[in-house]
Design a protein around this ligand. Structure first.
Ligand SMILES: *Cc1c(COP(=O)(O)O)cnc(C)c1O
Length: 468
């Protein structure tokens, strides 16, 4: 598979980039995001042939074309097996029937209890495989609004080939989320609490990457959802769940709790590969830039709101650029212009034609705090089911937009309720208990440093620690 940048600047040498190149760098050198030159196409017959096969086997088949020729199918199968054996649930991403035509796709059975484990456990093993093959080390730099950090740290802890720097907004992640990051006792893991918001953290990461000299000097790699491997890994559960519910004969609708738009974009990629997804409902909290863009056609940065669904407290949804690239007929110059306008003017209008194309597939819905709480309470009363606030946002959006098509409605359940115990207790009166492997989380010792919202300080911090 060959990869290109959404800004059209790379590859400038005329030499195509392979999976290993884009995986190890993350962000394109022209500031854009990498996407495959074209998507592998799955016929109805190919899709039907996934039925009844274990998750890891489906994952290998779905991802093999994306990683070829850098990783052969046998090596990929090995990597995938290692990644998903970290999931105590044999199905990895099981479906739970709620009633009528409504299902939850439970993506939180991994080691850190959020859907990000599905991609990041794989990413950890991909790093090890590719870096060892090249005899290289890397510096992984990421920003987290909560769940990415713990999932990335769990996936990379103790690796010889990677030094990990993870930024989180100080005081703005839950205690469970923070402790899941800061109690990992591994010399290659560096937690940084930034005096700022998640968007500040993300901007610092982008600025570090855009300093090409610094990037080369430290061998930076990205692990945020801008890394193509994460999108690729997330397409898999759309396939397995759709097939379990009758695809390719039956179309399926998905409701996706959305922050950085990685998960929603993965659904779009699965659809582009031929999976019969009739609609993707993009559910946001009050940080609703994507919902607003799909509604009014304006992609405009607003003020950050701190909500009970902190993993979605994001104003700039990085992966939206990848969708825009397709909506604008893969015109890198046009995307560069829009992204420059985003930087200088805080937003841009999406042209009528690209917007109409997006609306064929996507529907956006912003969900308030009261609606989220009411949905959590309702699920508890109606089904005796305790769900986390991120999942509740998507359940509310799915029910609010209605399921007129008669297709199965699959709501992505992105976190275990025990990650957000305060709001769960407040709404349901139940205290969700952490699974056994995290039972002593509150007794473990924490390790992190505090940095100001300042790129120079971050670079100095990394320089001092990148070479052990
Ligand atoms: C990260 C996260 C999301 C948002 O996913 P994106 O891919 O960033 O849109 C939703 N729910 C939970 C629990 C998360 O951790």
């Amino acid at each position: 598979m060959e990869y290109i940048s959404t800004r059209g600047g790379f590859p400038s040498s005329g030499k195509a980039l392979s999976f290993a190149d884009v995986f190890l760098s993350g962000l394109a050198r022209d500031g854009g995001l990498y996407v495959p030159k074209s998507l592998p196409q799955w016929s109805a017959r190919d899709i039907a042939s996934l039925a009844g096969h274990p998750y890891a086997e489906c994952a290998t088949r779905i991802m093999a074309p994306f990683v070829a020729p850098d990783i052969c199918e046998a090596d990929l199968a090995d990597i995938v097996d290692k990644a998903y054996s970290a999931f105590p649930h044999a199905e990895v991403a099981p479906l739970r029937h709620l009633g009528d035509n409504e299902w939850l796709l439970e993506l939180f059975h991994g080691p850190t209890l959020a859907f990000k484990d599905v991609a990041l456990q794989l990413v950890g093993h991909l790093f090890e495989h590719l870096l060892n093959a090249r005899g290289q080390r890397t510096t992984v730099l990421g920003a987290t609004s909560g769940d990415t950090g713990s999932a990335a740290i769990d996936a990379l802890k103790g690796l010889e080939c990677a030094e990990v720097f993870m930024l989180h907004p100080k005081g703005r992640v839950t205690e469970v989320q923070r402790r899941q990051m800061t109690t990992i006792d591994a010399a290659n893991v560096h937690n940084i609490a930034v005096e700022g918001t998640f968007d500040d953290c993300q901007a610092m990461v982008k600025a570090a990457f855009n300093d090409l000299a610094f990037r080369d000097e430290t061998g930076l790699s990205a692990i945020n959802s801008i890394n193509w491997a994460r999108v690729m890994a997330q397409t898999v559960y759309y396939f397995t769940s759709a097939v379990a519910l009758g695809a390719p004969q039956r179309e399926v609708t998905y409701a996706v709790p959305t922050g950085n738009f990685g998960d929603g974009y993965a659904g779009y990629v699965a659809r582009g590969m031929g999976l019969p997804i009739d609609r993707l409902i993009i559910a946001t909290n009050a940080n609703d830039i994507v919902a607003r863009a799909l509604g009014g056609g304006e992609y405009r940065v607003g003020a950050i709101h701190h909500t009970i669904s902190p993993s979605m407290d994001i104003q700039v949804s990085s992966n939206f650029e990848r969708l825009l690239f397709d909506l604008y007929d893969r015109d890198g110059k046009e995307i560069t212009r829009l992204m420059t306008e985003l930087q200088t003017a805080g937003g841009f209008a999406i042209n009528a034609e690209p917007l109409a194309r997006a609306r064929v597939i996507f529907a956006g819905c912003s969900v308030s705090e009261d609606e989220t709480r009411a949905c959590m309470a309702n699920m508890f009363q109606e089904h005796g089911l305790v769900i986390d606030p991120h999942t509740a946002i998507a359940v509310h959006a799915a029910r609010g937009l209605g399921n007129k098509s008669g297709h199965p409605m699959v709501v992505l359940s992105t976190a275990h309720p025990a990650k957000f115990p305060d709001v769960v207790r407040e709404v349901t009166g139940e205290t969700p208990s952490l699974p056994g492997h995290l039972a002593d989380l509150f007794e473990r010792e924490e390790r992190f440093d505090v940095l100001p919202n300042d790129v120079a300080a971050l670079k100095a911090y990394i320089r001092a620690r990148a070479e052990r």
